[in-house]
Design a protein around this ligand. Structure first.
Ligand code: FAD
Length: 393
């Protein structure tokens, strides 16, 4: 039987950060992971460049049943702390948009940075570990794998969510939470493309590849970003963002021209070019293939601008400012970036991430019911919650 102060399950963003911090405190730390490599999601994140944090990250960018829970960790280990670490390791980065920071070169830089920090803190890492059971007796946890039993005082669950099962995602953390009496809130895929109803698929798949800036709204939440038509449905940052707020059966209301009042624009165009057709005028602002498709769908009628009256102008404008899609569902965990729901924060201390009723058991990162928006927020939660647990475990 091996004895450790701390065992961390999951060598992802949260687990590695926690292990580093605990190791720095002189704790004897082992990280176990089922994969062949550490930080597999980091490596594939941000198109291979890892959107590792967001300059504007704050509690308002997170979904959770208890929206206050994330405040403590986020304020004690901020984006600026992580940016400082990245700078200390000489990793070049840039802001892409909306405060999103990406490596200039490769996500590998972040994983290598974490591995250097882990080595300096004497953290041990064991890969390809298949955990068959966890038990608790006399203040010690026993973690069993096929080969051996290991004991520890503090057990950190950093096994992530359910997205990308082919990258090693498992329900392990949720099952362990339930084993120790913690509630797990319903799980669903988020930051995920939405799929067409069969009737819409037949119509819209022809314009797959068309992208435009929109606002996408579901349930009183609205995101202004780009939207992309795909063969399967709608994607792009605006749709990924709204997918976290969308529930089956809900509509998504898309404003296809959020910057320009189309009624005013069409009125101006009518004055300047009365012989021009509606589709020619609209194609100055919107993708031509989309305009043609909407005419084919009889969302509005193509006609010379001079034939429009204030009522028909308003009808065209309204149909584009508030186009309603009714998605069939989402692409699910196969392509989702994150899992919404997870370990109920009521059962955890927001100061330490320790289970309130189970001393020495900690949950960090995506396994917890805290989910960030698209844009580096999920990694910031992983760093912050991992850092916090690392101070106490
Ligand atoms: P993970 O990083 O998922 O790590 C969990 C680890 O636990 C994994 O290594 C897994 O193999 C291991 N594990 C699971 N089950 C077991 C088990 N039974 N036994 C042993 N080990 C186990 N967020 C951003 O902020 N910016 C981005 O650019 C970004 N891009 C993304 C791109 C993609 C394609 C995806 C899928 C996600 C992206 N995310 C991004 C989200 C982000 O990757 C996650 O929120 C973050 O990795 C969660 O960190 P974590 O440490 O909690 O879990």
């Amino acid at each position: 039987m091996q004895a450790w102060d701390v065992i961390v399950i999951g060598a992802g963003a949260a687990g590695l950060m926690c292990a580093i911090e605990a190791g720095k405190r002189g704790r004897n730390v082992l990280v176990l992971d089922n994969g062949k490599r550490v930080g597999r999601k980091i490596l594939m994140s941000g198109g291979g460049r890892c959107n590792f944090t967001n300059m504007y990250a704050g509690p308002e960018n997170f979904l959770s049943q208890n929206k206050h829970f994330c405040k403590s960790a986020l304020s004690r280990y901020t984006q600026w702390d992580f940016i400082g670490l990245v700078q200390q390791h000489g990793i070049a980065f840039h802001e892409k948009t909306l405060g999103q920071l990406f490596c200039d070169d490769s996500a590998k830089d972040i994983v290598e940075m974490l591995l250097r920090e882990a080595k300096a803190a004497n953290v041990q890492i064991a890969l390809q570990q298949s955990i068959t059971g966890v038990s608790f007796a006399d203040g010690q946890y026993t973690v069993t794998t096929a080969e051996l039993n290991r004991q520890c005082q503090s057990l950190i669950v950093a096994s992530g969510g359910l997205s990308l099962p082919n990258l090693g995602a498992t329900a392990f953390g949720f099952q362990l939470a339930e084993q120790f009496g913690l509630k797990v809130l319903p799980l669903r895929a988020a930051l995920v493309p939405l799929t067409w109803q069969p009737s819409d698929k037949a119509v819209f798949e022809e314009i797959s590849g068309v992208a435009l800036p929109v606002t996408a709204q579901a349930n009183d939440t609205l995101f202004p970003e780009d939207m992309l038509f795909t063969h399967r449905g709608l994607s792009g940052p605006a749709i990924l963002q709204i997918s976290s707020y969308w529930q089956p059966g809900d509509e998504v209301i898309v404003n296809m021209s959020p910057q320009t009042d189309l009624a005013a624009f069409l009125a101006e165009q009518q004055q300047a070019h009365p012989e021009q057709e509606v589709k020619t005028a609209l194609a100055k602002l919107l993708p031509k293939r989309l305009v043609e498709k909407l005419i084919e769908l009889q969302v509005f009628t193509n006609q010379p601008l001079k034939a429009l009256n204030p009522k028909t102008t308003k009808q065209i404008a309204d149909s584009l400012h508030g186009y309603i899609f009714k998605p069939n569902g989402t692409e699910g965990y196969r392509t989702a970036e994150v899992t919404i729901g997870g370990v109920d924060t009521d059962y955890l201390s927001s100061k330490t991430m320790e289970a309130k009723q189970q001393p020495g058991l900690y949950f960090i990162g995506e396994v917890v019911d805290v989910t960030g928006w698209l844009g580096g927020y999920n990694f910031q939660w992983a760093w912050a919650s991992g850092w916090v647990a690392g101070q106490y475990c």
